[in-house]
Ligand binder design. Structure first.
Ligand code: ADP
Ligand code: MG
Length: 207
């Protein structure tokens, strides 16, 4: 597969068509032959690509702040987790991240307790907190703690003090996020993240 860019003056110059072909190619290998880019998603994918290749000029024009993370919003199954994973193929190594389901973090909290908040809230690695909100269905026996909310507050401090970026995905909207994590978190979300939203009508790709 031909690379999606050529190098001129030490800079990668991306070709959008080839970038699509390249990502679809890898997507098919990873998620199955039916993987493709749907026309209605191209605008969102384009924004994500501009961000991940750190195209300063185009990001600036579109109000995408490279010093913040991405919060990818959209209905269940629209392809958030796949995209956040896939676009890393275009990232320089120092900007890659682990995609970590919040569900797993909630289970780890159940088993290991408050250390978990430090593990994810104080680590200076970029991370993608995948599926904010789904962890609410996990019961904490006796240990009442808004684990992910706490981690988000810590990660806000990491951004302010060290410039450490956090990414996230969710199928909640802004009001639901506030209900879930409280006003303190909500007011920080805009400072931490570039919000990129799939339309509510986005197709569930699992069907
Ligand atoms: N662009 C796509 N084309 C075809 N299938 C896709 C596409 N994006 C995701 N899928 C598949 O659809 C399912 C849901 O995708 P996922 O990324 O988990 O969605 P979300 O995280 O938004 O719930 C997965 O099985 C994935 O392999
Ligand atoms: Mg997901």
């Amino acid at each position: 597969m031909q690379l999606p860019y050529k190098i001129e003056n030490n800079t990668r110059i991306f070709d959008w068509q080839q970038t699509c072909r390249y990502l679809i190619h890898i997507g098919k290998l990873r998620y199955g032959q039916s993987f493709t880019f749907h026309k209605e998603d191209l605008k969102i994918i384009y924004r994500l690509v501009l961000y991940i290749i750190r195209d300063e000029e185009n990001c600036k024009q579109r109000n995408i702040d490279l010093n913040k993370g991405i919060l990818l919003l959209g209905p269940v199954g629209c392809g958030k987790t796949s995209l956040m994973t896939l676009i890393q193929e275009l990232a320089f190594p120092e900007f890659r991240y682990r995609v970590k389901p919040t569900r797993d973090i909630a289970f780890e909290f159940q088993k290991e307790g408050y250390d978990i908040i430090h593990r994810y809230g104080k680590s200076k690695h970029t991370i993608c907190l995948d599926d904010l909100g789904v962890e609410r269905n996990i019961k904490f026996y006796g240990n009442e703690c808004n684990t992910i909310g706490e981690i988000l507050l810590h990660r806000y401090d990491l951004l302010i003090h060290f410039g450490t970026v956090t990414h996230a995905t969710t199928n909640l909207n802004a009001e639901e996020l506030e209900q879930m994590y409280g006003n303190r978190v909500r007011s920080r979300l805009r400072e931490m993240f570039n919000l990129i939203s799939f339309p509510v009508s986005s197709q569930d790709k699992r069907k």
